[in-house]
Design a protein around this ligand. Structure first.
Ligand SMILES: CC(C)(COP(=O)(O)OP(=O)(O)OC[C@H]1O[C@@H](n2cnc3c(N)ncnc32)[C@H](O)[C@@H]1OP(=O)(O)O)[C@@H](O)C(=O)NCCC(=O)NCCS
Length: 316
């Protein structure tokens, strides 16, 4: 299990006019477009470290929509949560202003943004007003993926689980066991047992948590499918949402993020096992692009009754 390493020396703040030359320098160094960036620079957020500017992100505002742009983190400062924190600040600002949807175009980080609620959309679905953006008009249509996120207050976002999440993960999993809708496990876990299980996970098998306002609403994980080398491109998937948070898109959000992470980890396929009578889960998986491979009849015995399980797969 791996928590995010703390970066206490990084300070986050809104940009000021005098910051522009350093922001432009960072964007140039990361080969990101400067089109229109100067005009929108009062809406930029910056991360300042002991060695200077570590990262930036900005938004352009168009009515009830914003365009998230110019996300860049200096190479030496990456992997410490700077980009995620910058985006959370920019998106929280947009939500507080009453904006309802955030859009972006990316040629390099389409698998990064699902952790912030973004999903790929057709370019033609972008609102007309957004096309006033110089950045949007200048983007390469062949390589840039359009993405959109619904803005809620507070925002739902995902991160890898840390030690502090064990209690919430155990509680949510035990609800899944009690419900008899999601797993053939029948005995509740203690937090210590769950911590031991999480401790055994390696980098190819992340467990992520969906967090809103500091509380974990659900979790999902990539699990080993088989130890055999030939199966290294296949991962098994689990997803659990807390009872009080079900039916509000948390499962879809987690599956979207997990698929991006799986692609980045080199997986070719995700598989899962579900109960055919769990209508909510079956609908969720179908929406997320999973297809039924087959039914395993009388595969498990739950409370003295045989249950069937459904095998599903999604090629990434
Ligand atoms: C993309 C970028 C902003 C990420 O910055 P960062 O500070 O390293 O990101 P964070 O530390 O907040 O997040 C790291 C996580 O994002 C993932 N990630 C980083 N870059 C990614 C990418 N290009 N695609 C998908 N995931 C990515 C990491 O694997 C890590 O995942 P983990 O937490 O599960 O381990 C940075 O790599 C960058 O500046 N790249 C060049 C400019 C760019 O491509 N900007 C985006 C323009 S749309």
């Amino acid at each position: 299990m791996r928590g995010r390493p703390p970066a206490p020396s990084v300070a986050f703040r809104p940009a000021m006019d005098a910051d522009w030359p350093r922001v432009a320098g960072l964007l140039r160094a990361q080969r990101l477009p400067l089109d229109g960036a100067r005009a929108w620079s009062p809406r930029f957020w910056l991360a300042e470290g002991p060695d200077g500017l570590e990262g930036c992100v900005g938004t352009e505002a168009y009515g009830d929509a914003v365009l998230l742009r110019s996300l860049a983190v200096r190479s030496e400062a990456r992997g410490r949560g700077v980009a995620v924190h910058l985006c959370l600040l920019a998106l929280a600002q947009a939500a507080a202003e009453g904006r309802r949807t955030a859009y972006l175009l990316t040629a390099t980080a389409a698998d990064f943004f699902p952790r912030l609620g973004f999903a790929a959309v057709d370019r033609s679905s972008l609102p007309e007003t957004l096309w006033a953006s110089e950045e949007l008009r200048g983007a390469c249509p062949e390589t840039a993926v359009a993405m959109a996120a619904h803005l809620s207050q507070p925002l739902l976002w995902a991160r890898r689980a840390g030690c502090g999440d064990v209690g919430a993960i155990t509680r949510i999993y035990n609800q899944g066991i009690e419900d008899r809708l999601a797993t053939l496990e029948t005995r509740a876990y203690t937090p210590a047992e769950m911590a031991a299980r999480l401790e055994g996970r390696d980098g190819r098998h992340p467990l992520i948590v969906a967090v809103r306002d500091g509380a974990v609403e659900g979790w999902a994980s990539l699990n080993p499918f088989s130890p055999r080398e030939a199966y290294r491109h296949v991962a098994d998937l689990s997803v659990y949402v807390g009872r009080e948070h079900r039916g509000r898109g948390v499962g879809t959000f987690l599956l979207n993020d997990l698929a991006g992470r799986a692609r980045r980890l080199g997986y070719h396929k995700l598989v899962l096992t579900a109960f055919p009578f769990n209508a909510a889960a079956m609908a969720l998986y179908a929406r997320a692009g999973f297809r039924t491979v087959g039914v395993l009849h009388e595969q498990g015995m739950l409370d003295g009754r045989w249950v069937d399980t459904v095998m599903m797969e999604r090629l990434l």
